[in-house]
Design a binder for this molecule. Structure first.
Ligand code: NAG
Length: 266
């Protein structure tokens, strides 16, 4: 970014220099005003280009086209912050919830209690934005120790459109299974947090047992879904903010990807 700014200024300087040599009789004051305006335009163009680049990056994140990544691009820090804090993130989440609801209503349930909707927890049902606001919205490398301290507070608010979908699918007669990468040690605190945020009446809350630690999320979650299928459940819907919530084996008939440009879990 610093380099690009330097480049813009440098090109303007050479432009001014060429004016001076070829049209020195037209100089100087009006040109200086124009020169200022030109800088503003160039910065506007630069900001516009940066916004496009960061939007493109976010699109690649959501489409799962990126290689595993650890932190958001430095130059997109403000972009991601604006996206999350502005209306865009909310509108995107509302869209996912709405479309999932339309699908849920369209499914004919068997009525044998084996129709399941799976929900991930973090950034799907519960929002950890208060934590990420303190950590650059993904600009800092994920710190599990620090994050666990936040989890222990059990203060994560509900993602409201997800709560709406959650209640909708329960009302329709789906079994609701919560499948999270959180540790079994965090069961009690997680139940407390979910209840405080308005989530009740789920059928299973599946967390990582000691033998699941160290497994990639895709593997851990696939194994757990395999078990559900083995027990005769039909996984009709799955909601998650990570592709590792949704891909692998025993995938749902329909998977709904919530936006999350702040972090990536393989
Ligand atoms: C879900 O997918 C399975 C396997 O593709 C299919 O047999 C079943 O009809 C689907 N269920 C619904 C309700 O769409």
């Amino acid at each position: 970014m610093a380099f690009l700014r330097f480049f813009v200024v440098f090109s303007l300087l050479s432009l001014a220099f060429s004016y001076e040599t070829h049209n020195s009789h037209l100089l100087p004051r009006p040109l200086i005003l124009e020169y200022q305006e030109n800088i503003e335009n160039q910065f506007k163009e630069f900001d516009e280009e940066l916004k496009l680049q960061c939007t493109s990056w976010r699109f690649a994140v959501e489409a799962n086209n990126l290689s595993p990544w650890k932190i958001i691009p430095q130059e997109c820090a403000d972009y991601v912050k604006d996206y999350i804090r502005g209306r865009a993130y909310t509108i995107d989440i509302q869209r996912v919830s709405k479309e999932a609801g339309i699908y849920a209503k369209s499914v004919e349930l068997s009525g044998d209690g084996k129709d399941v909707w799976v929900f991930d927890v973090d950034e799907t049902l519960l929002s950890n934005l208060p934590y990420y606001a303190e950590h650059g919205y993904g600009l800092e490398v994920f710190d599990l120790v620090e994050f666990d301290k936040w989890v222990e507070k059990a203060m994560a608010p509900a993602i409201e459109p997800s709560l709406k979908l959650y209640e909708e699918v329960l009302g329709l007669g789906f079994k609701v299974f919560l499948l999270t990468g959180r540790s079994e040690r965090q069961r009690e605190i997680t139940v407390g947090n979910l209840n405080n945020a308005g989530f009740q009446n789920w059928d299973k809350l599946i967390l990582r047992a000691p033998e699941d630690h160290g497994k990639l999320a895709t593997i851990f979650k696939s194994e757990k879904r395999n078990e559900m299928v083995k027990e005769g459940y039909r996984i009709l819907g799955n909601s998650g903010d990570q592709w590792s919530d949704l891909l692998g084996s025993s995938t749902a008939n329909r998977s709904f990807k919530l936006p999350n440009p702040m972090y990536y879990i393989p």
